[in-house]
Design a protein around this ligand. Structure first.
Ligand code: ADP
Length: 533
């Protein structure tokens, strides 16, 4: 996976995720479907058997099965068995007759010949009786017994009706009970009424008997349970066939999404490659108006390029300036040596030439030393370790050792006990550079004022002179390496590295530099250290 592109990785991950979710959903749907379908099948098995129970009754003492009894309906077989579990009738294949033990009102799952079946047994206890008795003769017109005992079992509140030359309600009840072979104690009369037939008048007596009068009958409902599993098994199989299609679709979708997401990053990469291969640091990545992670990345990248460009160009400038500064003394050395060796030079000329060579090599030496110093301070903290330094004492010592050929006087005003974390040799070099500039660009018999003091959270070192001053347009440039103002160039002494070194030293100590100057009146350089550093 390590060497695979980000786009490919994203595609693989999204595809795997989507496929896993799809597969889990399919499994879930199939399992739920099977469960739901099982429940549905169980319910329809129970309702088919129980509605068939309505179709069996004893009429006038004879067991009657109504024509509405459904022996086979929607895959469900309904068979009738006697109370001794003798098969009475049905349409079940022979192999399934007496297929398992009977248990009233329970759904069972049973296996037979590698097939599984749902079985529901329902026992019909004929405990509800209905009689019609002639009101005059007391003769039983018809009687029935059925298994609907649970439907209405509350005792009837009936009024007793008398018929002249006939029987009354109580008598009719007694006739019915004695015919059924039961007594009032074992029965609950639930209806005793006169239905009011037109042809003849009868008492209709209905009662529930708690003792068995007729033999029970069993209805057995049976359905292959595999039908539900098969139905959903087929759905599952269909899904299994569809899953590869799902995966392909997910992969295509994931590829499109990752391609779209990664495109702006690819654009940045392409621009970066063009910039790096063309070595043109001035080129920038195009950024649209959106604000998002990608444009932020592109902006950061452009800022980095800008800084790189500045740093690269200043390095280039530095190298060209350094070679330029070295070329002049080298050219002089070469010319002097050629003249001394030419044969035209007498001893005096040769010694003048040698003096000139020495002078130029001193100049080169000083330039190389300054460059080395700059390079060292550039390495910053890697090279120097800052220690707690008594800045007041250090500046005092430098001022005390000051000595100028130009008759310049140095006045110092130094607050005692100012400490900073510093590298003393660098601070020494920094003050030396400022003082030598103040002398070089100062007037004969002028002055230099050095002050060190606390100001709020800062420590300020100021070096002020009443020298030639600096033009306003030069003020920002004098800190650049090899920069010299027109006025100083004609003087010819320095290389334009002194202030650059000062700035670098100050920055290494976490401070900053400032200059105020008025041309013809003098300059004041400020070094500002923060006490917090
Ligand atoms: P240099 O070796 O030329 O003195 P610096 O980096 O020390 O180089 O100074 C850069 C330029 O800043 C100088 O060439 C000079 O023109 C100007 N400068 C620096 N210090 C002073 C000063 N105290 N008064 C006037 N000009 C100054």
């Amino acid at each position: 996976m390590k060497n695979i592109s980000f786009k490919a990785k994203t595609t693989v991950w999204i595809t795997a995720l989507v496929s896993a979710v799809c597969i889990l959903c399919v499994i879930g749907i199939v399992l739920m479907g099977i469960k739901l379908s099982d429940n549905q099948i169980e319910q329809s098995l129970i309702s088919t058997v129980e509605s068939n129970a309505d179709e069996i009754e004893y009429k006038n003492g004879i067991l009657e099965i109504e024509s509405d009894f459904e022996f086979y309906k929607d895959g469900i077989y309904c068979d009738i068995y006697s109370s001794d579990f003798e098969y009475i009738g049905g349409e079940t294949p022979n192999s399934l007759i007496h297929f398992s033990d009977f248990e009233n009102g329970k759904i069972k799952k049973t296996e037979k010949n590698d097939n599984s079946y749902l079985v529901y047994d329902y026992r019909l206890d004929f405990s509800r009786f209905e009689y019609e008795i002639d009101v005059f003769s007391g003769q039983i017109i018809k009687y029935e017994a059925n298994a609907l005992a649970s439907q209405n079992t509350s005792p009837a509140e009936y009024s007793v009706t008398y018929f002249e030359n006939g029987i009354n309600t109580e008598k009719a009840i007694d006739i019915a009970l004695s015919h059924a072979g039961t007594t009032r104690e074992n029965t609950t009369v639930i209806a005793a009424e006169l239905p009011g037939y037109e042809s003849r008048q009868v008492f209709r007596i209905e009662f529930i008997c708690s003792e068995p009068v007729y033999d029970s009958i069993w209805i057995r409902g049976l359905i292959p349970s595999a039908s539900a599993e098969n139905a959903f098994g087929n759905v599952g199989k269909a899904f299994i066939l569809i899953i590869p299609l799902f995966i392909i679709l997910a992969a295509v979708g994931a590829y499109i999404i990752s391609k779209k997401t990664i495109k702006p990053i690819e654009d940045i990469g392409r621009s970066a490659h063009e910039i790096s291969s063309g070595k043109d640091l001035s080129k920038r990545i195009e950024i649209n108006s959106d604000t998002n992670e990608i444009t932020t990345l592109a902006k950061t990248f452009n800022e980095m390029l800008k800084r790189l460009q500045i740093s690269f160009e200043s390095e280039k400038q530095f190298t060209s300036d350094a070679s330029h500064e070295l070329r002049t003394p080298l050219a002089v050395i070469k010319a002097e040596c050629e003249y001394a060796l030419s044969g035209n030079a007498d001893d005096n000329d040769k010694s003048v030439a040698l003096e000139s060579v020495l002078e130029q090599s001193d100049k080169m030496n000083s330039l190389v030393n300054s460059l080395l110093y700059l390079a060292r301070t550039e390495q910053g903290m890697q090279r120097f370790k800052l220690i707690k330094t008594d800045l007041s004492s250090l500046i005092c010592e430098i001022c005390n050792n000051f000595n100028s050929e130009k008759g310049i006087k140095l006045e110092s005003k130094i607050e005692n006990g100012i400490f900073i974390n510093a590298e003393p040799s660098l601070i020494y070099q920094m003050v030396e550079n400022l003082l030598s500039n103040a002398v070089n660009y100062g007037k004969e018999n002028g002055y230099i004022k050095v002050s060190l003091y606390n100001e709020n959270s800062n420590i300020i070192l100021s070096v002020k002179d009443n020298g030639i001053g600096i033009k306003e347009e030069d003020l920002s440039k004098i800190w650049n390496r090899f920069y010299r103002t027109d006025t100083s160039r004609s003087g010819g002494e320095g290389f334009g590295l002194g202030l650059a070194l000062v700035k670098q030293i100050v920055q290494l100590h976490g401070g900053e530099v400032k200059v105020d100057s008025v041309i013809g009146e003098g300059s004041e350089f400020f070094i500002i250290f923060s006490k917090k550093v």
